[in-house]
Design a protein around this ligand. Structure first.
Ligand SMILES: *[C@@H]1O[C@H](CO)[C@@H](O)[C@H](O)[C@H]1NC(C)=O
Ligand SMILES: *[C@@H]1O[C@H](CO)[C@@H](O)[C@H](O)[C@H]1NC(C)=O
Length: 454
């Protein structure tokens, strides 16, 4: 090659690198690592020696013991200390889906992602260990919300709540079945015995959910509503559970179930969202979140480019979170456009926004300091071993100081529609992180980590 040729190559490469540097606006690998680390901060129960978020300690070591059942473990849902199994199961399903789609792109974070899933599934095996019952929650929510206490100090009632044949809860049961089935696929090549146990339990729990139909809103009333009231009906979770069971087993019983029931769901979806033109099948936008699985069913049950659809689904989740609605009636967006839109959203969350602020704790230069989270906002047990009682936490809750413990990787509710963010502990809508915001984000970050220039 001539010198001129070489020079031209170098210039070309340099130009490409500039373009790449400009386009890779965020460090998705760093964000991915942190998004998974967050789950360690939400752990309930006996913490393992490989716990990295060390300001957290063992907590709630007797959950379930009052009725002779071991319900130790699982995740605290958000900034409080209740274990709400319905959104917890959704988060576990999403973590599993993230690993199934993007696990190969996760690198050193993959074992940690598996840990995060297993922390959920170990608990769900306990929550479904008695045939005919599914535990839906641990922790009396009113007592819990009335206190600002560290999980390690909790002295509020840790009541367990279960659904049963007589008082069924198909949405919570079917979502747990989905989590177990999806996770069984994740562990198939990692721990075959564990994977088989998860799958066996998933079948059993799905059968229970389907045979004894009803909503946990009715069975458990004020213990679950208004916290995680299931507004969208339980049919979507039953189909979602069957879809995951079909993926995990290829047993036609489950695909037949999906086909037979999806039309009913479609009608009910149309009725429920009166005015918002979308259908539950066919690939258009639909609701997706802890309480509504329609869009997820679309993606799983269809032959889309799944990877891209995952992004779309998760993107719709964020739109819902931000109370923004996209009307894309009669608009056909290209897959590239969808990825671009998803990337814009991810970048916004990570700091490409008018405030130049990352909404992930510990990521970037500027991020939320006063998240609505009991453990993060109170001095750690290591710093302050003495118990901090129910109302003794108020002084920390009201303080304008930054939180003393960093809940690394927590993605908060985020700014209002005008892009303003108060960074106030009191404003939980903006400043509270949840497991079900972080879980789908894990997969999206893994995608952009491996496709930073897309
Ligand atoms: C955000 O960053 C941009 C580009 O660096 C800058 O022009 C703008 O003033 C910053 N905005 C704030 C609120 O700091
Ligand atoms: C402090 O927080 C508690 C809630 O924990 C609230 O009821 C009280 O009004 C607050 N006090 C002040 C002075 O803001």
């Amino acid at each position: 090659m001539s010198l001129f040729g070489r020079l031209r190559t170098v210039v070309l490469l340099a130009a490409m690198m500039v373009v790449m540097v400009v386009k890779a606006s965020q460090d998705y690998g760093d964000a991915l690592t942190k998004s998974i680390l967050f789950f360690e901060g939400q752990r309930s129960g006996k913490l393992p020696s490989r716990q990295r978020m060390t300001w957290r300690k063992d907590s709630a070591l007797k959950d379930g013991f009052q009725i002779g059942v071991d319900l130790v473990g699982g995740y605290y849902d958000a900034g409080d200390n209740v274990k709400f199994n319905f959104p917890m199961a959704f988060s576990t399903t999403m973590l599993a889906w993230s690993v199934l789609e993007f696990g190969k792109d996760m690198g050193a974070d993959l074992p940690r992602a598996l840990d995060a899933i297993r922390w959920g599934t170990d608990y769900f095996l306990k929550a479904t260990s008695i045939p005919g019952f599914v535990f839906a929650q641990v922790g009396e929510p009113y007592g819990d919300h009335n206190c600002w206490e560290r999980p390690e100090d909790m002295d509020t009632p840790r009541n367990p709540y279960a659904v049963s044949k007589q008082f069924p809860g198909s949405e919570v049961s079917a979502e747990i079945a989905a989590a177990l089935a999806a996770s069984s696929m994740v562990f198939k090549h990692v721990d075959l015995e564990y994977s088989a146990r998860l799958l066996k339990r998933a079948r059993m729990v799905f059968e229970f959910a389907e045979t004894y139909r009803g909503s946990y809103n009715d069975a458990l009333g004020p213990w679950v509503c208004p916290f995680y009231c299931d507004f969208s009906g339980y049919e979507d979770e039953l189909i979602w559970g069957a879809t995951w069971l079909f993926k995990a087993t290829t047993d036609p019983t489950y695909s037949n179930y999906v086909v037979e029931n999806v039309h009913k769901l479609e009608k009910s979806v149309m009725r429920n969202v009166n005015g918002l033109a979308y259908s539950s099948v066919g690939g258009s936008f639909a609701e997706f979140g802890w309480d509504s699985k329609n869009a997820g069913i679309n993606v799983l049950a269809s032959k889309h480019a799944t990877t891209l659809s995952f992004l779309l689904v998760v993107y719709s989740r964020y739109l819902k979170q931000a109370n923004r609605v996209v009307h894309c009636n009669n608009v056909v967006a290209s897959p590239a456009r969808l990825v671009q839109v998803a990337k814009g959203q991810v970048d916004y969350i990570l700091g490409s926004n008018p405030l130049n602020m990352s909404y992930m704790v510990g990521y970037g230069k500027k991020f939320p300091q006063r998240i609505h989270h009991r453990g993060s906002s109170l001095p750690s047990v290591g710093q302050h071993p003495k118990q901090i009682g129910c109302k003794d936490g108020s002084v920390y809750f009201n303080s304008s100081n930054p939180n003393p413990n960093m809940l690394t990787g927590a993605v908060v509710g985020g700014p209002d529609i005008k892009d303003s963010y108060e960074d106030s502990r009191v404003d939980f809508v903006q400043s509270e992180p949840t497991t079900y915001i972080n879980a789908p984000f894990v997969g999206v970050l893994a995608y952009f980590k491996s496709h930073p220039w897309s």
